[in-house]
Design a protein around this ligand. Structure first.
Ligand code: GLN
Length: 495
């Protein structure tokens, strides 16, 4: 049989059921792949091989009895934003050094009760703030992809860069991720993986380190649309511990994948064409439109006039909520403690040593826009803009079933290329933040390669709680794009 790390989740599920492969073999193959790759790629900041093997043995016992659960024996990586009981969880911040939760996030608990196997904790931007995974306390993640003819290290996107890189490099079969302004979809797009941010409220936020609570959502990154559907089904649930989680049954997303696009109307928003956008991004978008038309969908132009205000208003709302959420890291309850001569200087010393530069920038911006003199001018105005963005989508969805856009304005950039300029970095999220501001589901599907030989993705935006249509349309794009090249395995040869 081929290298088991190359299988999709759906294929592995089949092979396990037919006893062509054991869960233990599958876990060992991934543990070996991580050992060979991690020094070069820095995707895992903590590995849990003993735990993985123990869980895999339990899966094998269940498989032998014919009592397999939906994700029985499937090895996954977990973004370090998810609290894992007894396993260090830091959100890749120095301020959470050594924090080992005594509880499990609802999303990961759902995965373990579906039979999934944890390989370890994945790198991310500190507190999920970033678009390149360069703000992590544990150092940057290196993408498994390289430009044709170049050895320059490329970013895997962010903030879920450990998740996207590990999935693309076959260091797990799928990974959890979170998305506040694009952190599932942007890394998926530039690593050639599938990422879906479900509707706000679809997955419980309980036990996920909070960044901006009204925008944060968990979702999977996987290698195929079907795998993303399988994972989302297991991750989603109503949870009384998160009052914003929705009390509605979780549909069978996998069943939706194969339904095709006949009869669907796809909206094309004219505002998603920004100055400086690479011509090849526009060309890919046009290609996507042609593919969907050829597969039987109708195409219709739509207008989302407030799109241009989405990024500025996101960078008011998200830091405002972050400044409030991050107030809890004061050296008293969690992680790092830097002593001081009194309690105030203990707070100050802990926070100045514990937070990185980008996180401090967000806290400063957030505190400023919430301050008495500026609240109305910035925060309140941004909230009003947010309502207008949502209204634009409500109007568009009267005429169309799903909206197609590029996911990112450019392919993967090199490490260090944008890290000196925050605004340049923020512009990566220009096409993704609107979706979080409106609470909608959004998905990125690999659609082709750039002129540099690196992946590009197309984004699908759906009606609230209509993830099923995203899976249908996502699959149609996946089929039309055909199998894409996979990253060359330079990291194990280097080791
Ligand atoms: N890149 C965006 C930010 O830095 C989004 C991050 C995210 O979705 N977590 O805010």
């Amino acid at each position: 049989m081929a290298d088991p790390t190359d299988l999709s989740i759906a294929e592995a599920r089949e092979a396990l059921k037919r006893k062509q492969l054991s869960a233990e073999e599958l876990a060992r193959a991934h543990i070996g792949a991580i050992e060979r790759a991690n020094e070069a790629l820095n995707t895992y900041i903590l590995t849990t091989p003993e735990r993985a093997l123990e869980a895999a043995k339990e899966s094998d016992a269940r498989l032998r009895k014919g009592a397999a659960r939906p994700l029985e024996g499937i090895p996954l990586g977990i973004k370090d934003l998810f609290a894992t009981k007894g396993v260090r969880t830091t959100a890749c911040s120095h301020v959470l050094d050594g924090f080992t939760p005594t509880y499990e996030s609802t999303v990961t608990a759902n995965l373990w009760s579906a039979g999934a196997v944890m390989l370890g904790k994945l790198n991310n931007d500190e507190f999920a703030m970033g678009s390149s995974n360069e703000t992590s306390h544990y150092g940057p993640v290196v993408s498994p992809w390289r430009r044709t003819g170049s050895n320059a290290k490329l970013v895997p996107g962010g903030s879920s860069g450990g998740s996207s890189a590990a999935v693309a490099a076959r260091l797990c079969m799928g990974a959890t991720a979170t998305d506040t302004g694009g952190s599932i979809r942007q890394p998926a797009a530039i690593t050639g993986t599938v990422g879906i941010k479900p509707t706000y409220g679809r997955c419980s936020r309980w036990g996920i380190v909070a960044f901006a609570s009204s925008l944060d959502q968990a979702g999977p990154i996987a290698r195929t649309v079907q795998d993303a559907a399988i994972l989302l089904k297991a991750m989603a649930s109503h949870d009384p511990k998160d009052t914003t989680s929705v009390e509605a049954p979780v549909p069978d997303y996998e069943a939706a994948v194969i339904l095709g696009v006949k009869g669907l109307t796809i909206g094309i928003p004219k505002e998603y064409r920004v100055p400086g956008m690479a011509a090849e991004i526009d060309a890919l978008w046009q290609q996507g439109i042609k593919w969907l038309e050829a597969a039987g969908a109708k195409i219709k132009p739509v207008s989302l006039p407030h799109t241009k205000y989405a990024l500025p208003s996101y960078y008011i709302v998200a830091p405002a909520e972050a400044s409030s959420n991050l107030a809890r890291y004061d050296g008293v309850r969690y992680g790092l403690r830097e002593p001081g001569k009194n309690v105030i200087s203990l707070y100050e010393n802990t926070r100045s040593a514990g937070f990185g530069a980008e996180v401090k920038r967000r806290i400063l911006i957030g505190t400023y826009v919430l301050s008495a003199g500026y609240y109305d001018a910035y925060y309140l105005k941004a909230q009003k803009v947010r309502s207008l963005i949502k209204r634009d989508f409500d109007e568009a969805f009267k005429d169309v079933d799903v909206i197609l856009t590029p996911t990112t304005p450019s392919p993967a950039f090199a490490l260090g290329e944008k890290s000196g300029d925050p605004v340049e970095m923020y512009l990566n999220d220009i096409f993704t933040v609107t979706v979080n501001m409106a609470g909608l589901p959004g998905m990125s599907v690999p659609a082709g390669l750039s002129s540099e030989g690196t992946p590009l993705g197309l984004q699908l935006i759906g009606r609230p709680f209509d993830e099923e249509t995203l899976f249908r349309v996502g699959r149609a794009i996946e089929v039309a794009a055909g199998p894409l090249a996979k990253p060359q395995d330079w990291w194990s040869r280097a080791a």
